[in-house]
Design a protein around this ligand. Structure first.
Ligand SMILES: NC(=O)c1ccc[n+]([C@@H]2O[C@H](COP(=O)([O-])OP(=O)(O)OC[C@H]3O[C@@H](n4cnc5c(N)ncnc54)[C@H](O)[C@@H]3O)[C@@H](O)[C@H]2O)c1
Length: 256
């Protein structure tokens, strides 16, 4: 436990499962006062206890809000609902999807679904948080989950990489727009992290194993390791850091 996030309220979209769950639990380990899980469903894809029950066991105020990040109204309502807890200090725009039939021949429907969740969803989450931070005069932090796939392209992630590259530039652009209000915006770009998304398609799983064999740290990352990076970006210890895309990838993008 550290006090990196002492007194802060953190919202994590997609916090029921995978990396978002790791981010939420890391926030509690780093002393967050309250964590709001915003997801389509409360139960983790991995099974086991819900993120909110684990957070409560750790002594953190925990709340679950059912949202669809592709709905601007849902995201505005989510942020408004945090006012009784003091409002959002750190918004983690993490919910995202990969699709099995990605690639050169991705269908229009699949491409637009990726755009809706991975870009509309991130934008609406950030906009809702930024509007509240501005109105409350909070010098908050917004952290977006990009991807190594947003730094390097791949034949099996044509649609996904397009959206994640967009997330990195959205973070940079919003950092410029919100910096004068003291609001920081950064992205974390996970490499291969041990979650269900890695197995979204046989192509991705096969490509993942080939990359693990080459990457400097020679292993998959854990959601908690992304969580620690997000905790730092959310904290005042990164107070002069904005507009960056931080690879959390065992060194993979350094060598490919
Ligand atoms: N797993 C990896 O190796 C990896 C690598 C790089 C980036 N990422 C990114 O990390 C983020 C989390 O991925 P993950 O691996 O934890 O996936 P996951 O599928 O385990 O978890 C994603 C969560 O987001 C929720 N979600 C999906 N669509 C939603 C919507 N429309 N509204 C609200 N919630 C929604 C799901 O219910 C789920 O709980 C994504 O943005 C993903 O692109 C993952």
């Amino acid at each position: 436990m550290t006090a990196l996030l002492k007194d802060k309220l953190i919202v994590v979209t997609g916090g029921a499962s995978g990396i978002g769950r790791g981010i939420a639990l890391a926030a509690a380990r780093h002393g967050a006062r309250a964590v709001v899980i915003a997801d389509l469903q409360p139960d983790p894809k991995e099974g086991g206890a819900t993120t909110t029950s684990l957070l409560e066991e750790m002594g953190t105020i925990a709340r679950f809000c059912r949202v669809d990040v592709t709905s601007r109204a849902d995201m505005d309502a989510l942020v408004a609902d945090t006012l009784d807890l003091g409002g959002v200090d750190v918004m983690v725009c993490n919910a995202g999807i990969a699709l099995p039939r990605d690639g050169c021949d991705i269908s229009e429907e699949d491409f637009h679904q990726l755009l809706r969740v991975n870009l509309d969803g991130v934008l609406f989450s950030a906009q809702a948080a930024a509007a509240q931070m501005r109105s409350l005069g909070k010098q908050g932090s917004i952290v977006m989950t990009g991807s190594m796939g947003g730094i390097r392209g791949a034949a099996v992630t044509v649609g996904y990489s397009t959206t994640k590259g967009g997330v990195c530039l959205m973070a940079a652009s919003l950092a410029d727009a919100l910096g004068p209000d003291g609001i920081r915006v950064n992205a974390v770009c996970p490499g291969l992290i041990d979650t269900s998304l890695i197995n979204a398609s046989p192509g991705v799983a096969k490509a993942a194993q080939g990359l693990v064999d080459r990457m400097p740290l020679r292993r998959l990352g854990q959601p908690s390791e992304v969580g620690d990076a997000v905790a730092w970006l959310g904290s005042d210890c990164s107070s002069f850091v904005t507009g960056v895309s931080l690879a959390v990838d065992g060194g993979l993008t350094a060598i490919i």
